[in-house]
Design a protein around this ligand. Sequence first.
Ligand SMILES: [Zn+2]
Length: 321
Amino acid sequence: MEPELGVATAAPLGPGAPVVAIDVGGTTIKAAALTSDGRLSEPLRVPTPVRGPDSAERVLDVVGQLVGELSATPADAPRAVGLALPGIFDDETGVGHWSENLGWKGVDFSALTARRFALPVALRHDVRAAAYAERRLGAARDAATALVVLIGTGVSAALFIGETTHVARGYAGEIGHAVVVPGGEKCLCGNRGCLEATASAAAVVRRYERLTGAVVPGASAVLALADSGDTAAGQIWESALDALAFGLAHAISLVAPDVIVLGGGVAEAGDTLIRPLQARLEELVRIQPVPRLTRAHFGQDAGLYGSALAARDLLGSEAGA
Ligand SMILES: [Zn+2]
């Protein structure tokens, strides 16, 4: 098993242009400044505006305020902004096709940000932003082909073929909605038996609570119960591992990645997730080598790191790397 890389905290990005990174989540917007010597400031956190017909404009109002707050040091004034957005988002055109949580549909963020902000803005899907940090500087750094899978409230992935992120107009990476249990748990997408409905942190909690009538604070509590011999918790965790293994086995069959990086809240379980998952994949995948499974290097702030890198990319090589 690979040694745990831990969570990056100190100056991993190196010198370059100062930028601001912003990660828009369903409930919280996080923002941080990346200094010219490569340090990311302690993230600011503000609530995401409640969804509505003008959600995109109101999110950008908040983004504008945060950029202003983080530009207060004239000596290290940001030269670009990296903005990570949720939902079905096309990194290449900057169009947000759809966000269930924030309620927008067909929003041209590229045009909106160009109109509203003086600084250039690099737009990324939130999962591809987080995965980009892993690809450039984290656990997928040396891989020719890498799959980064985030298992948190939902399950999503980003695929890198060499230096290229596969975007497919924003529709790539939705492994969370691959059906792994036909007729299984109802999913938010309207289908049944999706990977996300079976094995996300939210699903593990929901399924355990329904089975036992107990209330637990999070998926890690279900895991701890499973470890201590709780039969119901063990059953839910085992079925989540089965579902993840099926989902990943299909991805391996198709793209044969060199490495699969696991991030998101559930991946904080470390070896408790990785060891049984690797064992299941050795059973399921017979004609290809099972890729190395490893835990993400960047923790909760991966989206900020990836957005900051994307913002620096936008400024080109003159900004340094
Ligand atoms: Zn689904």
